[in-house]
Design a protein around this ligand. Structure first.
Ligand SMILES: Cc1ncc(COP(=O)(O)O)c(C=O)c1O
Length: 392
């Protein structure tokens, strides 16, 4: 059998792939993109309903995103948090105001995992406790604490000899199990109000309210991981707004930069009041390029009425896409799970043959859609038509 190295040698040095071979990749090579369309090396135009794992919220080449980045790069491209900057203060204020949540303090980071890592560490330090409750099928990231609360990581790729705290996993929407798991030793409960990797599975208001109440009675802190479901994806600023349940800390990333790497940790006034100088830090977090983009993303969501667009077109997908192999639709807004009669991977491959890119999930029977918020009705029609051509 030819090894990767020997195949590359035959093809010549230019064809050598020096990237770590850790991803199962799509059989396409993207060379450019515009709007909601990807252009491939072999000349195809592919409708992107996956957005690079929920990142490309404004699609590709949005003029406001590009202008913000160019303007800020020309003004000051970088200074760390040690140097006060107006653009950083503005981005934090804008995020707090956009959220409409009782969380008034922002710490900017670079990724979802980094936001969760900091939230979990703060929860343990503030409460002085060493136990965290998470949900089955969760995904919170690849760093030590975030991965410790990620369902299935221990058996597959965790790698560390021990987790930084004890962890209990609770079945989704199982209020009795949840109430038993959260005790006076629990530092935090971390939950995605709408799970992403878990299959666009929404926790629902009743379950989230039960978590909130139990946290209150035990002194545990509630962390909403809105890395995937936040910043407009549900058709509301955050899923916390959708369900009217408010956490003590909220983490977000992905759509926040719509392609520029940035994450954020939002804190309640009580948590913020207990912060100590030096206990959070990050070289790149809160860099001016990221902050300029955050401002532009929020302004664009508002001025182009994209929350409304997400709600309208999510309803259109629910109305028209239960066809062909799709038996039902779950999730919220543009974090949708299409339940499929056959394995979702099969439907994903058939759609890609028809030039539509979608994602799978931890649930083999759920195809995940994470389209840009700028999607149009004509794109939903393309999806519905393609699905209806597939065997039921
Ligand atoms: C809900 C959730 N939390 C955290 C993460 C980790 O984010 P990142 O890959 O930016 O570290 C992800 C990534 O998919 C996610 O979906």
């Amino acid at each position: 059998m030819a090894t990767r190295q020997s195949m590359a040698d035959q093809a010549g040095p230019a064809a050598r792939d020096h990237l770590a071979q850790v991803f199962a990749q799509y059989p396409i090579e993207v060379t450019s993109a515009d709007g909601v369309w990807l252009n491939t090396a072999d000349g195809r135009r592919i409708l992107d309903l996956y957005g690079g794992h929920a990142v490309a919220a404004l699609g590709y080449g949005h003029p406001r995103w590009l202008a913000a980045l160019e303007r800020q790069a020309g003004e000051v491209l970088f200074q760390s948090n040690a140097v006060p900057m107006e653009v950083r203060r503005r981005a934090a204020a804008k995020l707090v105001e956009f959220s409409g949540l009782p969380l008034d303090t922002v710490f900017f980071v670079n990724s979802g995992a980094e936001a969760n890592e900091n939230a979990l560490r703060l929860a343990c330090r503030i409460t002085g406790r060493g136990h965290v409750v998470a949900l089955e099928e969760s995904f919170h990231g690849r760093t030590a604490a975030a991965a410790a609360v990620t369902w299935g990581a221990a058996g597959k790729w965790y790698g560390f000899p021990r987790t930084p705290f004890d962890v209990s996993f609770v079945p989704r929407r199982d209020t009795a199990a949840l109430e038993a798991a959260i005790t006076k030793d629990t530092a935090a409960v971390i939950v995605e109000p709408v799970q992403g990797v878990g299959g666009a599975f929404d926790m629902g208001r009743d379950f989230l309210e039960a978590i909130r109440l139990r946290c209150q009675s035990t002194g545990a802190l509630l962390i909403f991981d809105e890395v995937q479901c936040g910043v407009g994806r549900t058709g509301q600023p955050f899923a916390a707004n959708l369900y009217d349940v408010f956490p003590d800390m909220l983490t977000t990333a992905k759509a926040l930069g719509a392609g520029f790497p940035v994450g954020a940790l939002l804190l309640s006034p009580q948590i913020a009041a207990g912060l100590r100088l030096g206990e959070l830090g990050s070289t790149f977090g809160g860099g001016p390029l990221a902050c300029a983009v955050v401002e532009a993303v929020i302004d664009t969501i508002r001025e182009e009425n994209l929350l409304h667009n997400v709600r309208e077109l999510a309803a259109a997908i629910r109305r028209t896409c239960i066809t062909g192999p799709v038996t039902g639709i779950q999730g919220e807004g543009f974090l949708l799970g299409l339940r499929t009669r056959v394995p979702a991977k099969q439907v994903q491959a058939a759609l890609l043959e028809r030039d539509i890119l979608t994602g799978t999930s931890g649930d083999a029977g759920v195809l995940r859609l994470l389209p840009p918020f700028t999607l149009g009705a004509e794109h939903v029609e393309l999806l519905s038509a393609a699905l209806s051509e597939l065997p039921a």
